[in-house]
Every structure is written in structure tokens, then in C-alpha cells.
Ligand binder design. Structure first.
Ligand code: AMP
Length: 388
């Protein structure tokens, strides 16, 4: 177990909170198109303020490649956070240096540092840069689960120079649910994997196979498995260099692994394209979603289970009518009385499109980080936190 912010004495301390303010931007960096990530950090910030701490917030934003770039400034995040909290949020001109140190927030005050990645040293996990970040505060908290799979100065390096490092409330919740479903899941435990490529999820498949009771595969990655089995896949998206691997994974998984038995097929990948459902994919067509029989089979497994891990859409859900399978599975997961943990931006979008987000036990905020966690890898940003 890792130390939580709740275990810290924060009264009169300056706390450095690594947040994930890597928000989508429009209008040359002036407009925040979704403030979801900022809102997700609010409970931790409020908790620290209530405990009497002065709060320093730090994040990366986009890929400025080690140089200042006004289009990737965190200034709009300071303004938005101030609106949300209804209190001032000071903006620092940089993330290190004497000018920033002089802006040290008093108890109850908030200072947002400028984009960490304006310095190449952040991604290089540079020791001197780490020391400079650490010198700004008394205690360290990481609430940026989405960056915990990166060993950077703000997620790993600076912790060496801080007396204690704790998980924020959001990080705590991520670790609690992801640990629950992977270490000792209520059984039967079913994993649903979808998305474009087998190659992106090999480690996840191999690790999940070790402990889940069933592994349901949908999305384009199913076609690499079906082709490896010798089934016709038409023009479906297939990774031809992964056919041997797919055969090996199927042999290892045995009847744990279930593939689609019917498909929504079309001649072109286009919103509103003419389509039909087929059990065998005709030549010249491609599978773009799971069919109704597959939905029914997957649904009966999901509703008989006690825990569900889901990552990746069942079809091209961005382009109706190829969203139906993903939305149907989202509804089944939500309506089943199960511990459900969903990861990855696309699965989250599908859950929201189905209007069932409030019936999912936990939707992970970190796509890459949750995939690495499901692969069984200890995330460097988590490993670096102080043990309880
Ligand atoms: P990933 O990032 O690996 O989770 O993949 C998500 C992407 O996979 C989405 O953009 C989907 O449109 C795409 N996808 C899912 N199923 C299919 C399919 N049958 N054919 C082509 N693309 C698909």
C-alpha cells in the first residue's frame, strides 16, 4: 500500500501536487475544450487547502519538446481552475527558478507552475532539475495517474529529494480499483478487449489470461485472431505479421478466449455506409462491429460474472451505425451488478454515449497508464511513492 494524502500532516506545509492538466486545447491554446481533467483534480486540491496547506500545482501540457511555447502555456488552466474553485489561482512564469520560489503560496493559496515540459530535463528525469522542483515544497503528492507510467522528473526524479511522497485522492481511487480487479477479483472475472490492434495489447492479453475466467475479444483486433484460425475476414483490418502470435495466444488461452461469431459488415468504412450482419465475412467487405449474436453471447457471460475489466471499443464506434455493439456492451456492463473497471479514452466515450457512466464502478482517467497496469507492470510513478 502506498501512502495517501490522507496520511500526511499538511497544516502550514507547502505541498507540491503533480496533477494532470494535459487538457485538449483549441484556438491556438487559448480555449480549453474539455476541463474534465482539471475537475478530476479538485477533490485533492480542496483537501490540501482544507488541511491548511499552501498548494503548488505542476503538470505537463502537450509536447513542447523542451522549449517554451505560448500555445502550450498552462495559463488557461489557472483561469479555469480559479472559476471552478471560486478562489484565486496564481500563475508562475516558469516551473523552477528564484522568481518561482519567491511566489511560494501561503496556507490556503494556490500557485500553478508553468508547463513542466518547457524544460527538456523533465522528460529526461534530470537530477538537477528534479532537485530544483523538490526545493519548492515540503511534501510531494502525485494525483496524475495518467502520467504515472512515465519516469519523468515530476513523477519519479524529484521524489528522491522529498521526505515523503503520497498518492492524491484520484490516484488513490485509480490504484484501489485497478488493484481490486487484478489482484483478487470477485469471480467469475471477465475481461473485454477491443480496439484496433493486437500489437498494442499483447502484454495486456498475456497478463489478463493469467487470472481472468473469460477474455472476450471484439473490435478490429478480433480479425487477426479469426484469420489466424483460418476464417475468411475479407478486407477487415488485420495485422498479418501477428498471425503466429495470435495462434499462440489462442492456444495458451484455450476456451477462456472468445471471438465474435457474427459481424456487421460493409464495403467501406464510412458513417452511414450500407451494412448487413453476417456470420462469414464476404469477400470485398470488412467487419466493422460485432453482430447481435455476439452481443448476446458476450452479454450472457458478462451478466453471469462478478467483475469486469474493459478496454477498447467493439467496433468503429465513432461512425454510426458501427457503434451499436460497443453501446450494447456498455449497457450490459452497466446493468449487470458487477465490479466494473473501464480504461481507455474510447471505451469511456462509448460508456458516456450509452449514458451509463454513473453505473460503472470506475472509469480510469489514464489510457496508457491503465493499459500498463493491466499488463502487470508496476508504474514508475506509483513505485516511487512512499510505502505505508
Ligand atoms: P484502440 O486505440 O486500440 O483502443 O483502438 C480504437 C480504435 O479502433 C477506434 O478508433 C475504432 O474505430 C477502431 N476499431 C474498432 N473496431 C474496428 C474495426 N472492426 N475495424 C476498424 N477499426 C476498428
Amino acid at each position: 500500500m502506498k501512502l495517501s494524502i490522507r496520511d500526511l500532516e499538511l497544516q502550514g506545509k507547502t505541498v507540491f501536487i503533480r496533477v494532470d492538466f494535459n487538457v485538449p486545447l483549441a484556438a491556438g491554446g487559448q480555449e480549453i475544450t474539455s476541463d474534465k481533467r482539471i475537475r478530476a483534480s479538485v477533490p485533492t486540491i480542496q483537501y490540501a487547502l482544507e488541511q491548511g496547506a499552501g498548494v503548488i500545482l505542476a503538470s505537463h501540457l502537450g509536447r513542447p519538446k523542451g522549449k517554451p511555447n505560448p500555445e502550450l502555456s498552462l495559463k488557461p488552466c489557472a483561469v479555469r481552475l480559479s472559476d471552478i474553485l471560486q478562489r484565486p489561482v496564481k500563475m508562475a512564469p516558469d516551473c523552477i527558478g528564484s522568481e518561482v520560489a519567491a511566489m511560494k503560496p501561503a496556507p490556503g493559496e494556490i500557485l500553478l507552475l508553468e508547463n513542466l515540459r518547457f524544460h527538456a530535463e523533465e522528460e529526461k528525469n534530470d537530477a538537477e532539475f528534479s532537485k530544483k522542483l523538490a526545493s519548492l515544497a515540503d511534501v510531494y503528492v502525485n494525483d496524475a495517474f495518467g502520467s504515472a507510467h512515465r519516469a519523468h522528473a515530476s513523477t519519479v526524479g524529484m521524489i528522491r529529494y522529498m521526505p515523503r511522497a503520497a498518492a492524491g485522492l484520484l490516484m488513490d481511487k485509480e490504484l484501489e480499483y485497478l488493484t481490486k480487479v487484478t489482484k483478487n477479483p470477485p469471480r467469475p472475472c471477465v475481461a473485454i478487449l477491443g480496439g484496433a490492434k493486437v500489437s498494442d495489447k499483447i502484454d495486456v492479453i498475456q497478463n489478463l489470461m493469467k487470472f481472468v475466467d473469460k477474455l472476450l475479444i471484439g473490435g478490429a483486433m478480433a480479425y487477426t485472431f479469426l484469420k489466424a484460425k483460418g476464417e475468411p475476414v475479407g478486407n477487415s483490418l488485420v495485422e498479418n505479421d501477428k498471425l503466429d502470435l495470435a495462434s499462440k495466444l489462442m492456444a495458451e488461452a484455450g476456451d477462456k478466449l472468445m471471438l465474435p461469431v457474427d459481424h456487421v459488415v460493409a464495403a467501406e468504412l464510412k458513417e452511414g455506409a450500407d451494412c448487413k450482419t453476417a456470420t462469414t465475412i464476404p469477400d470485398g467487405m470488412m467487419g466493422l462491429d460485432i453482430g447481435e449474436q455476439t452481443v448476446a453471447r458476450f452479454a450472457s457471460i458478462i451478466s453471469a460474472s462478478e467483475s469486469v475489466i474493459w478496454n477498447g471499443p467493439m467496433g468503429v464506434f465513432e461512425k454510426p451505425p458501427f457503434d451499436k455493439g460497443t453501446v450494447a456492451i456498455a449497457k450490459v456492463v452497466a446493468d449487470s451488478d458487477v465490479l466494473s473497471v473501464v480504461g481507455g479514452g474510447d471505451s469511456e466515450k462509448a460508456i458516456k454515449a450509452a449514458g451509463v457512466a454513473d453505473k460503472i464502478s470506475h472509469i480510469s482517467t489514464g489510457g496508457g497508464a491503465s493499459l500498463e497496469f493491466l499488463s502487470g507492470i508496476e508504474l514508475p510513478g506509483v513505485a516511487a511513492l512512499t510505502d505505508k
